[in-house]
Design a protein. Structure first.
Length: 191
């Protein structure tokens, strides 16, 4: 294990807690039969997972450090979730797709280059440190992209859209950096 100094980007402080930050209301699901995850855009055929189908996908354990744009870092996280490679067994991405827009509840969204979405370290989380995600942390499913600031790890995921051209999501439209590399301190678009 490398030293903490090598694991924490400049401007970040390590926390043992898991701070809760979001815009708008936290969604609470009463009937999971109403939840689905849509795959659309530049794919050969759109696909929609029901909650039951999604929860039957093979699960993998992931370990990582996460870094929030608000300057906290949480080290040694253990997640359980769906590897992107397992998700890709259900649809084919067109060659023209270069970006991904993650869509979440309440109109929230964030953008990613397709290479970041497809990284082996990126996944769809359902558990954190042995427990199902809480509503505050994205229940039932959140994207986790640990090499970027944590706003790119969309909570309450409901759709994955494949795009030819990049476009800003919610926070990017409101001044956050289009990419969000914590090692380059890409916090805001004026950085």
């Amino acid at each position: 294990m490398s030293s903490i100094k090598n694991r924490v980007p400049a401007g970040q402080k390590v926390t043992e807690s898991f701070p809760v930050l979001h815009h708008g209301e936290v969604p609470y699901y009463i009937n999971m039969g109403n939840w689905d995850l849509k795959i659309f855009g530049l794919v050969d055929e759109e696909y929609t997972f029901t909650y039951k189908e999604f929860m039957q996908l093979p699960r993998t354990q992931f370990g990582n450090d996460i870094h929030c744009v608000t300057t906290w870092s949480k080290l040694d996280n253990v997640w359980e979730g769906i590897a992107i490679s397992d998700l890709l067994k259900f649809f084919h991405i067109k060659e023209t797709a270069k970006f991904v827009m993650l869509h979440a509840e309440h109109g929230w969204s964030t953008n990613l280059p397709i290479e970041d979405f497809l990284k082996e370290t990126s996944f769809l989380a359902i558990k954190h440190n042995g427990e199902l995600l809480s509503p505050d942390h994205g229940y039932p499913v959140r994207m986790v992209v640990p090499h970027l600031y944590f706003w790119k790890s969309a909570k309450w995921l409901r759709g994955i859209e494949f795009l030819e051209k990049d476009k800003p999501g919610f926070w990017e439209k409101n001044g956050y950096h289009m990419y969000g590399d914590p090692w380059k301190e890409q916090r805001y678009d004026w950085d």
